[in-house]
Design a protein around this ligand. Sequence first.
Ligand code: ZN
Ligand code: ZN
Length: 334
Amino acid sequence: MSWLVQSRLVNGPFGDPGVYVDFLFGRRAILFDLGDLSPLAPREVLRVSDVFVSHRHMDHFVGFDRLLRLRLNRPGVLRMVGPPGLIGGIRAKLDSYDWNLLGEGSVDFGIEAAEFAEGRLGPWTGFRARDAFRACPVARAELSEGVVLAEDDLTIECAALDHGVPCLAFALQERAQVSVLPEGLAQLGLSVGPWLKAAKSAVRRGEPDDWLIDAGDGDTRPLGLLREKAFRTAPGQRLAYVTDTAFHDANASHIRNLAQNAHQLYIEAVFLDEDVAEANLRRHLTAGQAGRLAREAGARRITTFHHSPRYLDRPEALATEACEAFEGTFPPLD
Ligand SMILES: [Zn+2]
Ligand SMILES: [Zn+2]
């Protein structure tokens, strides 16, 4: 069974933070954070449909210009979600250029942005190239608390962490994976066909056992029977992205929730535990703290990043400390 998306850091662990989430089917990608995007090929940048910005410190937002430069000539909408101040930040970036040559004949490109505050996503503001990027409200369905993207195949959850400023952490959850067991189908006297799409979708939605599925030519079967004999379900992939956060109880509890049972957790590891005083001062995690949080959350795999350049002479030290803490072989910090 394959996942819906695959993910990777945009830069090396000492470079700007950011994760590129590529859809395996369909030309689409999502970005967590907008730091230096130069390692991404233009075709990869052009696939980006949604960007989730943790906060507007420069190492997380400087990539906006490259994204805009490439997307400007492609029709479509780029959605951006971030903390309070995001819309003003986009406005300020757009205002730094002259747009006098844009008009009705321009490529129909637009940015739509919304801010996550008080636990939920606020109203959307649009900036359309054909309108010289003047701001205007955009009507979009309201999402549930803690959710910043909801689609048929995946949702993205969000929590605001404290980093001196609000800093958003995210978790992408794929919907359950449903696969077909050919031998089960054969036992029921059914064959593969377009009807399977609706059946799989009913399984994913969790419809009741007596829900009737048309298996072709009016041959209806109860979903419960199909679920038992012909389908196998597995939970979808969960990816979490956590960066720029002070280490305290409130943050730790948000992180454990978002990263709970994550197949992959991307988490910052800026300092070594030996420099915890510095980490506290700068409201960042140590590698040991990151590893312990990942273990407590039950994450399956961690990738650390946002390493401080002070450790460039021992580049493996942070990942090693995080791994040892993650595996429980590293003593907890007092
Ligand atoms: Zn920061
Ligand atoms: Zn940062």
